[in-house]
Write a protein that binds this ligand. Structure first.
Ligand SMILES: [Zn+2]
Length: 427
């Protein structure tokens, strides 16, 4: 087997190419024809909410129109809504040159029920993810896998367009595409290379130029290939995690890993690392997705020092996020992470501090986690967890200071229930 560091970097690097290029093309194509005016009730995201109050308004940082997929708030329309009941159509496909390996039901069972459970836990029950598979068997494509030209970084046109058209033609007699909010295409694992070599899995999100089925474009679709099996024996528990990552894109979230891998955010968000042990979303993502209410977010706009209370992000209710906007597009976020809920890999609980730049595109490092102990080597030896940032959180008595902005976060204390008190200073 390859050493663990290789396993992290290899798939990360491959995946960034695949999804960055694909997303860029998908969104760029549709944006060129006025994607912003194409929001329909069927696909409206949390973005469709009315203008927020003055309390959190300054914290809703946003990028310019040139950014394809950004951390900005609100998420533009066109993506799948991320609260309430979301119906996910799952289609298991195979090819003449890659006939289905095992049964289609077994392939589906690699991702469910874990994926819906992951979303239910992360969203505090706000996202009711309903996976459906109206076609129980493999859906055979008319062309060979090779003919579609699916490879790392493949754009939507012409290969994926052809594939989606063929999927729609094959499934349409039995499937009402209009009844679903997103589509998962689960390919037979023997089509294409091993995920250890090249991660092909990709999502085309907000793409209203996609082929139309039952009157609606297949605009938010995730494609999963191969198996993210690192050989550590944990595949059955962790292999599904590529799907919540890919679905994160249909809800409008960018990739947080970069060409260098997971070094910017580490294992603190599934959009950064989706191999190995489970992890949750950042609090920022939960707010962006509508899983945290505005009153769970403290927006620090005044100067001086103010004390805030934060409860562990994985627990429902209570204050979760302190955000210090630096200007209209960047800010510093503060939250408490513990080894609860989806965060099974957390080896040092505490206050996580990170910077968000809504002007930085998907895969280019829109989020940067600050490490409380640079070059510490981290506190985990789990495979596929970026070790250096695993001990990034700040604990009682420690202070984070951003030299550039002068923003300072001091962790005062933590009580027995896990409630943290922090002091935030901005000059
Ligand atoms: Zn991705």
């Amino acid at each position: 087997m390859q050493p663990s560091s290789r396993r992290i970097r290899g798939p990360g690097r491959a995946a960034v190419l695949a999804s960055m290029t694909a997303l860029t093309l998908a969104v760029a194509t549709s944006a060129g024809t006025g994607r912003l005016s194409h929001g329909t009730p069927h696909t409206a995201g949390p973005a469709a909410q009315p203008t927020r109050g003055a309390t959190v308004g300054p914290c809703m940082i946003s990028g310019t129109l040139g950014v394809q997929m950004s951390e900005g708030m609100p998420t533009p329309p066109g993506y799948t809504r991320s609260t309430g009941t979301v119906r996910a159509l799952n289609l298991m496909i195979d090819f003449p040159d890659a006939p289905g390996e095992g049964t289609a039901a077994e392939r589906l069972a690699e991702f469910f029920p874990q994926t819906e459970k992951w979303f239910s836990t992360s969203s505090y029950g706000r996202l009711d993810y309903r996976p459906e598979a109206p076609i129980a068997d493999w859906l055979r494509m008319p062309r060979t896998f090779k003919e579609y030209g699916i490879e790392r970084g493949a754009p939507f046109d012409p290969g994926y367009r052809q594939l989606v058209e063929d999927i729609v033609t094959a499934a349409d007699p039995e499937v009402d595409f209009g009844a679903y909010d997103l589509v998962n295409v689960l390919t037979t694992p023997n089509a294409g290379p091993s995920a250890l070599d090249t991660v092909l899995s990709v999502t085309f999100a907000g793409n209203h130029e996609a082929p139309v089925a039952d009157g609606v474009p297949v605009s938010n679709a995730s494609f999963v290939y191969s198996r993210q099996d690192d050989g550590s024996g944990s595949y059955e528990e962790t292999g599904y995690r590529v799907l919540p990552h890919e679905n994160g894109h249909v809800f409008g979230l960018p990739d947080l890993y970069t060409h260098e891998g997971g070094g910017a955010v580490g294992h603190w968000d599934i959009m950064s690392e989706d191999w190995g042990a489970n992890n949750d979303f950042l609090g920022w993502h939960k707010w962006k997705l509508g899983w945290l209410d505005d009153n769970q977010v403290s927006c620090v706009t005044g100067s001086g020092t103010v004390e805030y209370t934060l409860t562990p992000l994985a627990r429902e209710g209570g204050p979760k996020l302190v955000f210090v906007p630096l200007d209209g597009r960047t800010g510093i976020a503060v939250e408490v992470r513990t080894g609860e809920g989806n965060d099974e890999a957390v080896c040092k609980a505490g206050v996580l501090v990170y910077r968000i730049d809504a002007e930085v595109d998907t895969g280019r490092g829109p989020v940067t986690v600050y490490d409380s102990g640079d070059d510490s080597g981290g506190c985990t030896r789990r495979p596929n967890v970026h070790a250096e940032l695993s001990d990034a959180p700040f604990t009682a008595g420690e202070t984070f200071k951003d030299q550039e902005s002068g923003v300072q976060v001091t962790v005062d204390r933590v009580d027995l229930s896990g409630k943290y008190t922090v002091r935030v200073t901005r000059s």
